[in-house]
Design a protein around this ligand. Structure first.
Ligand code: GYE
Length: 350
């Protein structure tokens, strides 16, 4: 950092001069001129900042992150990624809030961030709907909001800068694709679907992608579909209850790996062999799922990348530098099963 100072000071002086000539003192984020990224602290961002003296070159960017909770291995990995990314960068200060699965707590956290005049807000919305009022408040305070991992109800695109995360519909389709390739078209397959948190985009879209993909396959039937709230305990509980009534199922499709792992326990306790008697499909790609695949208890995991901290940081820097961002910054993902999963296990990062 110190070695870069003379260069940085020169850049700073240049930018201030350009700013004076252009007569701009406000962040228009118009995507026209794109100042070199990394000089983000020089951009007066909020109306408050614009009326004050320009921030010192070493002023930290304060980011508030309204996290959902700690319901799954995936979520823990995402939290770690965000904390590590901002914690390791002296240019940032992170304010982290854990909402314990409650939307009202996330709304409260956002209001606190607004009152603290943070420079940017990251939000992982627990459910899709009900964000208009609070996100409008952030917008009115000129604080950019970045959605991380889950989306909000369509039609509200003006309330956030970018959504950074996965294509959940595609994940559902990929889960179905694996299953149809495994059993073949025309097969008779009874499926139990373990859904994620009710109202979450990750649950709605993984359900939609999967169900649409099997719609033309008359033999593939979802015989039971119930929320397991994205947790291992609930996944196990739902599966246990169902197996008491009916054991004639060939597939469990779980909206995340934690629920799949819970279902595996329930299936074993019911005297059946998960992975063989009942094929197990999960989503996320957490290490524990790769281990279960290696042990033959699980069949496939559709990857969903939780390591979103670096992308969030980059998006904030780009935005502050005046760049126009993609509305949807997509993650790169794969599908793992069989030997491919076993080979990938040693290098899994979460
Ligand atoms: O799949 C699940 C988590 O929103 C993509 O939330 C995320 C989902 C993830 O709890 O494990």
């Amino acid at each position: 950092m110190n070695r870069k100072k003379p260069f940085f000071m020169t850049m700073l002086a240049t930018i201030m001069l350009v700013g004076l000539i252009a007569g701009c003192g406000n962040n228009s984020n118009n995507g026209g001129n794109k100042p070199a990224s990394g000089n983000a602290t020089n951009e007066p961002k909020t109306e408050n900042a614009a009326t004050e003296a320009p921030p010192a070159a070493d002023k930290k960017l304060v980011v508030g992150f309204a996290q959902i909770g700690a319901e799954s291995g995936w979520r823990d990995a995402e939290t770690d990624s965000v904390k590590a990314t901002f914690g390791e960068d002296p240019g940032f200060e992170l304010k982290f809030s854990d909402a314990q699965q409650k939307q009202e707590n996330q709304i409260k956290a956002i209001r606190t961030f607004i009152a603290q005049k943070v420079d940017a807000i990251g939000l992982a919305p627990v459910v899709e709907s009900g964000w208009e009022t609070v996100l409008k408040e952030a917008k009115d305070a000129n604080i950019p909001v970045f959605l991380l991992d889950r989306g909000i109800t369509k039609g509200n695109e003006d309330l956030y800068v970018s959504f950074i995360g996965s294509d959940f519909i595609l994940e559902g389709q990929n889960a179905a694709k694996w299953m149809i390739e495994e059993f073949g078209t025309g097969a008779q397959v009874n499926i139990v679907q373990l859904e994620g948190t009710v109202g979450a985009s990750a649950a709605n879209d993984r359900k939609k992608g999967f169900e649409d993909a099997i719609a033309g396959e008359a033999g593939y039937k979802i015989v039971y579909s119930q929320t397991g709230e994205f947790t291992r305990a609930k996944g196990k509980e739902v599966m246990e209850a169902y197996l008491k009534k009916d054991k004639n199922i060939q597939v469990v499709y779980a909206h995340n790996d934690d629920m799949a792992l819970g279902a595996i326990q329930a299936i074993e306790e019911a005297g059946l062999k998960p992975g063989t008697d009942i094929k197990i499909i999960g989503v996320d790609g957490i290490k524990a799922a790769f281990e279960a695949i290696a042990e033959g208890k699980m069949n496939v995991t559709v990857e969903c990348n939780p390591l979103l901290g670096p992308q969030l940081k980059q998006a904030i820097l780009d935005y502050k530098a005046g760049a126009t961002l993609e509305k949807w910054i997509k993650s790169d993902e794969d599908v793992y099963f069989g030997q491919k999963a076993i080979d990938a296990l040693p290098n899994r990062k979460y």
